[in-house]
Ligand binder design. Structure first.
Ligand SMILES: [Zn+2]
Length: 307
């Protein structure tokens, strides 16, 4: 059996990055914030937001006012990106008094991982992308080569070391998501020991020296003991929660369907008939879309056969 039969553009609009008509413009600009710029502030794994029907970030005007008493300056800001009309800047955490004022205006830290499902989606994408950049900035304050303090480049998103010239670019980790198919069945998994309890697909990081297709073969073999063939690219997704670029692939079972579970990674891996794949309740992740895509693809195939 071969796929895809449906175009993978059909489900456009379901993923975290699908925010049309808005667009994420990630071009770096060395500019000062404007009054209406949105401010991303993090503490541990939380981002400062005000929740309501829609989630909101403090404006620069609000943030600077909360920070600016008694001649104090607000923490230094770094340009992040624009989403539609809104520009975003990253700021360090202000002092306790400033935080109290922001809290009085309804702002509180909320875990980035718990934001899945908030509206509107372009602000979720902004929060998660800001988190990805925040983690990178947080973890790259000093040069890994000589230990000197890193400086911000003025033209592009890059940190450089004035002492030794080392250049440091944002870190994006490629990983694969794999839909292993066997005729009308899809291999669906559940993770061991993780927050995420719903069905998932085989997934894993690409290692150095490896192609994405080799990652697909290796991860499937390591996690389930299965062999696969006809590996085909589906589509990709930025996943700032973990700093990833996720690459989705479908492939077919080659040989025995008996699973040998890697119990450190997975709680379960089972063959699920397309008609039993549950509905996507979240509409954000490539994993969910690939499950739905497989189901709809097989359903369409069946309808063609009987029409
Ligand atoms: Zn250096």
């Amino acid at each position: 059996m071969t796929e895809p039969l449906l175009t993978n553009e059909k489900e456009a609009g379901a993923l975290i990055q699908d925010i049309l008509p808005a667009k994420l413009d990630n071009a770096y600009r060395c500019v000062k914030p404007e009054k209406k710029s949105r401010v991303a502030v993090f503490r541990a794994d939380g981002i400062l937001v005000r929740e309501g029907e829609e989630i909101a970030f403090p404006s620069w005007e609000e943030f600077a006012a909360a920070c600016g008493e008694r001649g104090q300056k607000p923490p230094e800001s770094v340009w992040l990106f624009a989403v539609g009309e809104d520009s975003y800047v990253l700021c360090g955490e202000p002092g306790e008094r400033s935080m109290e004022r922001l809290a009085a205006a309804g702002y509180a830290f909320r875990r980035v991982r718990e934001l899945r499902g908030v509206h509107p989606k372009e602000r979720l994408l902004a929060a998660v992308t800001a988190w990805h950049l925040y983690v990178w900035y947080r973890d790259h304050r000093y040069c890994g080569r000589c230990g000197g303090a890193l400086s911000h480049d003025k033209k592009q998103r890059m940190l450089f070391c004035p002492s030794c010239g080392n250049q440091v670019y944002p870190r994006i980790s490629p990983a694969v998501i794999v839909g292993v198919t066997d005729g009308e069945r899809l291999l669906m998994t559940k993770y061991a020991g993780r927050e995420y309890k719903r069905y998932a697909l085989i997934a894993g990081f690409t290692e150095i020296g490896e192609t994405a297709e080799e990652t697909v073969r290796r991860e499937v073999r390591e996690e389930t003991g299965l062999s696969v063939k006809n590996i085909r690219y589906y589509k990709s997704q930025p996943w700032g929660f973990d700093g990833n670029l996720l690459l989705g692939y479908f492939c077919e079972l080659d040989g025995s369907d008996a699973v040998t579970l890697d119990e450190e990674e997975l709680a379960s891996a089972e063959w699920v008939h397309w008609s039993e794949i549950p509905d996507n309740v979240e509409g954000l992740s490539l994993t969910n879309e690939m499950m739905e895509y497989f189901r709809e693809n097989r359903k369409a195939e069946k309808n063609r056969k009987f029409s």
